[in-house]
Design a protein around this ligand. Structure first.
Ligand code: XMP
Length: 493
């Protein structure tokens, strides 16, 4: 009966429909643990990913987010080589060992040294006699004699007493060795062969990001998006060192996408995350193909129009909770993707069963997101657009179009596309670290109210109260004019 379809339809709920109920708690926000272990190799210190969108995640934002403990997903609206390049930039970002070491020979002139240092923006060079390191020369050696004679030879002024370290030396040990020997840089040897160089500056920089999400070799973690059938890209990203490959598709429960997961999985070493989905059935079908993680969200995103254009979607908290029921049975992490506006929404997503959240809008408009700041009416903004928007589908590498099973063909291509997203601008938000500080601070406050010492406890102990429109109204600031915008409660005007 058609009428039954309507009468028996379930109700779908989202963030604003609920509040977390306070529990008796011994937990103080400052003591909570926000880390999430995805597997033995991938541990995040905050449960946050950045969206694979061309106005959100390229290497600059991925580096900043990983330094805060999360992970960025490099978008795929680029050529394969460009995306691979972005992954490599993150993986080598604050590796304390510079592996592409520039060297010089003992018979080179100071003029050569100066040119190489200027061209490469470096301030020290190992001096090599064939494969053997016989000295080191730095700007400190060169500067005093620049005026008197650029024809001096390297061997005349280099420091021959080189302090080296083994490649297994830890950052702390390297720092001690550098201080004890009063040197600024240490060549790294493996089996007596030069394989890299570390500098005090890089070690100290590394220590500044104590909460960073790193792989076993100390490199920042990074994820990268691929199309649902783009095996070549998945393999290349895997080879480039991506820790997670994320199949980026508007409807991952398309059965051809589901079938192809096995092939993807068989050809890569990285974890395979599959999305987006919004139902139990999708979770079951995709887990059966061997996915390592699931991404949930059909249409909750701030710039999405899927629910309007196609009339399809599931309100996000219902979708997350249903997928989480299935994922829990298989011990598979799930990501709540889209619709997160405030830190309280992150807490609600986790309370409803998510392990992690993905942020688009909240991280668009940061200093590190792609694009320039524009000023409108005296306020700063950056652009933010859906990957299914006309601009994203026709611009870039067309990575927006196949996300929606559409093809760009022929002239006047924009007339042949059905967008599922819009293009706009979001207020400039400052550095990623500032946004994350507020988002994670709010999550920690929530965990304190709920009595959850860590994320897995939060998933279990969080209780919800269903609220009404009046409850929503009461929840927001009311009956006053906000005169000073709060960093965790942005207003658009
Ligand atoms: P937020 O709310 O954080 O959402 O801005 C980000 C997520 O939205 C999804 N996305 C889209 N969904 N049309 C859609 O229906 C689009 O054009 C579009 N672009 C991105 C995506 O899952 C992202 O992480």
């Amino acid at each position: 009966m058609f009428s039954e379809k309507i009468q028996e339809a379930r109700i779908g709920y989202t963030f604003d429909d609920f509040l977390l109920t306070p529990n008796g708690s011994y937990v103080e926000p400052k003591n909570v643990d926000t880390s999430v272990k995805i597997n033995d190799d991938i541990i995040l210190n905050i449960p946050i990913l950045s969206a694979a969108m061309d106005t959100v995640t390229e290497s600059e934002l991925a580096i900043a987010l990983a330094q805060e403990g999360g992970i960025g997903v490099i978008h795929r609206n680029k050529t394969l080589d460009q995306e691979v390049g972005e992954v490599k930039k993150v993986k080598s970002a604050d590796d304390i060992t510079i592996r592409d070491v520039k060297t010089i020979t003992p018979d080179s002139s100071i003029k050569d040294v100066q040119k190489l240092m200027d061209d490469m923006s470096i301030s020290g060079l190992p001096v090599m006699d064939g494969e053997e390191i016989i000295g080191i020369i730095s700007r400190r050696d060169v500067n005093p004699i620049i005026k008197s004679g650029l024809d001096h030879l390297v061997k005349d002024i280099m420091t021959s007493d080189v302090v080296t370290i083994d490649e297994n030396t830890s950052a702390e040990e390297a720092l001690d060795i550098a201080y004890e020997n009063k040197v600024e840089r240490l060549p790294v040897l493996s089996n007596h062969k030069l394989v890299g160089i570390v500098t005090i500056r890089d070690i100290l920089n590394h220590k500044n990001h104590a909460n960073a999400a790193r792989d076993k070799d100390g490199r920042l973690l990074v994820a990268a998006a691929t199309g649902p059938f783009d095996l070549e890209r998945a393999i290349a990203l895997d080879k480039a060192g991506a820790d997670i490959i994320s199949i980026d598709c508007a409807h991952a429960h398309n059965m051809d996408v589901v079938k192809f997961i096995k092939t993807m999985k068989e050809n890569i070493n990285a974890d395979l995350c599959v999305g987006n989905i919004a139902t139990r059935e999708a979770a079951e079908d995709i887990i059966a193909q061997g996915a390592d993680g699931l991404k949930v969200g059909i249409g909750p995103g701030s710039m999405c129009t899927t629910r309007i254009v196609a009339g399809v979607g599931v309100p996000q908290l219902t979708a997350v909770s249903e997928v989480a029921d299935v994922a829990k049975e298989h011990n598979i992490p799930i990501i709540a993707d889209g619709g997160i506006r405030y830190s309280g929404d992150i807490a609600k997503a986790i309370g409803a069963g998510a392990d992690l959240v993905m942020l688009g809008n909240a991280l668009a408009g940061t200093y590190e997101s792609p694009g320039e700041i524009v000023v409108m009416n005296g306020k700063k903004y950056k652009t933010y657009r859906g990957m299914g928007s006309m601009g994203a589908m026709t611009g870039g590498f067309g990575g927006g179009a196949d996300r929606y099973f559409q093809e760009i063909k022929g002239p006047m291509k924009h007339t042949k596309l059905i967008p599922e997203g819009v293009e706009g601008a979001v207020p400039y938000k400052g550095f990623v670290s500032e946004v994350i500080f507020q988002m994670v601070g709010g999550l920690k406050a929530s965990m304190g109210y709920c009595g959850a010492k860590d994320i897995s406890t939060m998933k279990e102990v969080a209780r919800f109260t269903r609220i009404t429109q009046s409850g929503i109204k009461e929840s927001h600031p009311h009956d006053l004019l906000i005169t000073n915008e709060s960093p965790n409660y942005p207003t658009l005007d």
